[in-house]
Write a protein that binds this ligand. Structure first.
Ligand code: ZN
Length: 56
């Protein structure tokens, strides 16, 4: 996954009781539901580990 602003790499991070994506370059945060239609295979597999708490 790449950032829409700067094309930096997005990483999954967990904050409190939610999971989101964050750009490693500009720190732009993305909610999972915002980018759900654009998730790539690698990111989906990562998110599966958090699947119980992604969608609240
Ligand atoms: Zn960025």
């Amino acid at each position: 996954m790449k950032c829409k602003k700067c094309s930096g790499k997005l990483e999954v991070y967990r904050a409190c009781r939610k999971v989101a994506m964050r750009c490693t370059l500009c720190n732009q945060e993305y909610q999972i539901h915002e980018i759900a239609s654009e998730l790539d295979q690698q990111t989906e597999e990562l998110l599966e580990r958090y699947s119980a708490i992604i969608y609240d």
